[in-house]
Write a protein that binds this ligand. Structure first.
Ligand SMILES: [Zn+2]
Length: 244
């Protein structure tokens, strides 16, 4: 056993092209979760950009319009889940197996809808985990590449359960004031435990934070410590996880 790296990039912003180039530069893998339209305003990748990205990376769905499922009727939520998948499949020309809940907001009944729509797995925004979780439709993450306040980590910790296995991650997250150091601390902890490091990010935030250089440096560090065969897309991780 050795540590595994995966990452997921949400929202399909055109800046994802830059993110894809950075992942390629370091020989790393990951998954891009893309809505067809982002009703919150930011643009999404064009069809040609998406096609180019899908030749090198897994593309997953993020509903049709980037809708928070919890805020909708069950019928509308189902429509968003299904049409997001169908449209993406039409665009890339193959099956889309991964789903990501917009805003990390979902209820157990949405999990059944995602499963029934034919997805193989779904990612959440539960953080501070260094394992692939126990349910393929509630895949957790380790950390978002973003300078969240300590109260955000505490809130996520309390709301998302699995406290025993996330406690040390929370300890590390609260230990340092510097958000980049926090990412390294979680990654080093994951490597020590031969765990799964699941980074997630929004390209537009990296841009707004002017943090591309820091991300470049971090990904170089990841590539120096993670064996090539352990750099996975979200789908490959879900396959390897052998969920019950
Ligand atoms: Zn999103």
């Amino acid at each position: 056993m050795a540590a595994v790296f995966t990452c997921s990039i949400d929202d399909g912003n055109p800046l994802d092209v830059k993110m894809a180039e950075l992942l390629c530069k370091h020989g790393l893998n990951g998954t891009f979760f893309v809505p067809i339209f982002n009703r919150e305003g930011p643009p999404v990748l064009s069809k040609s950009q998406l096609l180019e990205m899908s030749a090198r990376f897994e593309i997953g769905s993020h509903t049709h319009d980037h809708c928070y499922l919890k805020d909708m009727s069950l019928r509308d939520a189902n429509e968003q889940i299904i049409s997001g998948k169908c449209h993406l499949e039409d665009m890339v020309g193959h099956s889309i197996d991964g789903f990501c809940y917009p805003g990390g907001k979902f209820l157990q009944r949405h999990l059944s809808l995602v499963k029934a729509a034919g997805f193989m797995y779904a990612r959440t925004t539960t953080n501070l985990c260094i394992d692939p979780g126990t349910c393929p439709f509630e895949v957790p993450t380790t950390i978002q590449f973003y300078p969240h306040s300590k109260s955000v980590y505490l809130r996520n910790f309390l709301q998302s359960g699995h406290w025993d296995k996330r406690a040390h991650g929370l300890y590390l997250a609260l230990l340092t004031e510097n958000w980049i150091e926090r990412v390294y601390a979680l990654f080093n902890y994951c490597c020590e435990r031969d765990g799964v490091f699941h980074l997630w990010a929004h390209s537009i935030e990296i841009d707004q934070l002017d943090a591309w250089k820091q991300l470049d440096g971090f990904l170089a560090y990841v590539a120096s410590r993670i064996a090539r065969e352990n750099r996975l897309s979200n789908r490959q991780l879900a396959e390897r996880a052998l969920y019950p």
